[in-house]
Design a protein around this ligand. Structure first.
Ligand SMILES: [Zn+2]
Ligand SMILES: [Zn+2]
Length: 315
């Protein structure tokens, strides 16, 4: 399986802000002076020496991930990140028709608002299969594109659209990929997906709150995440904010680490980043998560990663 992140922000798309950009440029130039950057050959090493928040970008698009398995294209959520994925697919397939599967965790705006900008679904001859546990999925997407809210109706998007109503806890297959669902605590509930193929496991569990951190209360979650090679986890808030934001439907990196260690997960990837966190804040939160792992689970082999747009992982 190949996993690619196209959108990693939670709640609202978060474009870069000019003040932040200019401040970063200033700091970058100060670092360059300190480094004695006096010729182009030194640039690659200079970039390597920079802190991550200066040399890379987390990104501002809301949730969208792509899983490729055999020839199947599986898209997880249709946040604003799906627009770039659609443009990429159009180039890749050129004049050939596109068939993809869109699995929705739930229908909060940040997980569906990119769909009207996903061009492959507008093209006759393409086909898109939609999957979700929530009832009336088709009506929900039609409603989003009611003319009061958007100029193009869902029916005017001409790809062949097929809807698959999933039942929580059951499994289904796309090619040799086995997919199992589980409902998570979130306002209106969200769906976590477990993907298994050739002995490898990816679990996608965004928009999820863990109210009771008692071991016994989490047993079902441990079971669902068990032995995952990759667990993609909602870490929207720092741990101290989680206490103030009960019932907001999200979690934090520290809780993710506790659950991942207990579930024997190999790699946890933090996602659904808060729109109020700058790129620098997010890298700091990530460093704190690494410290938390080292202090509390010094013998653990768990690998931590922060979701960024463009991150590709072979599983
Ligand atoms: Zn969300
Ligand atoms: Zn949500």
């Amino acid at each position: 399986m190949k996993l690619k992140f196209w959108g990693v922000r939670g709640s609202l798309a978060t474009p870069q802000n000019n003040d932040y950009f200019q401040e970063n440029i200033k700091k970058l130039l100060e670092k360059a002076v300190e480094y004695n950057l006096d010729n182009n050959n030194k640039i690659p090493k200079f970039i390597e020496s920079l802190p991550q928040y200066m040399s890379s970008i987390i990104g501002g698009n809301t949730t969208c991930l792509e899983v490729r398995n055999e020839d199947n294209i599986i898209i997880l959520d249709a946040g604003t990140g799906i627009r770039n994925l659609g443009n990429y697919l159009l180039k890749e397939f050129s004049s050939k028709s596109i068939h993809c599967h869109i699995l929705l965790t739930h229908t909060h705006w940040d997980h569906i608002c990119g769909l009207p900008f996903f061009i492959p679904v507008c093209v006759a001859g393409n086909s898109v299969d939609f999957y979700g546990v929530h009832p009336n999925l088709e009506q929900r997407l039609q409603y989003q594109q009611d003319f009061r809210f958007f100029p193009l109706s869902f029916e005017q998007m001409l790809a062949k659209k097929t809807f698959h109503q999933l039942k929580e806890g059951t499994s289904f297959e796309i090619g040799n990929l086995k997919i199992t669902t589980k409902l998570m605590d979130h306002p209106g509930k969200s769906t976590a997906y477990r993907f298994e193929s050739n002995g490898k496991i990816i679990v996608f569990a965004t928009d999820a709150e863990y109210f009771d951190l008692n071991h016994n209360s989490l047993l079902q979650k441990f079971e669902f995440f068990n032995n995952a090679d990759v667990l993609i986890f909602d870490a929207q808030y720092p741990f101290d904010e989680i206490i103030k934001k009960q019932n907001w439907g999200h979690s934090s990196a520290f809780i993710g680490i506790d659950i991942a260690v207990e579930s024997n997960v190999k790699k946890i990837i933090f996602t659904h980043h808060d729109p109020n966190s700058t790129e620098k804040d997010l890298f700091e939160l990530f460093e704190n998560a690494k410290k938390y792992l080292n202090i509390n689970y010094s013998n653990s082999n768990l690998i931590l990663e922060i979701a960024k747009e463009g991150l590709v992982i072979d599983v």
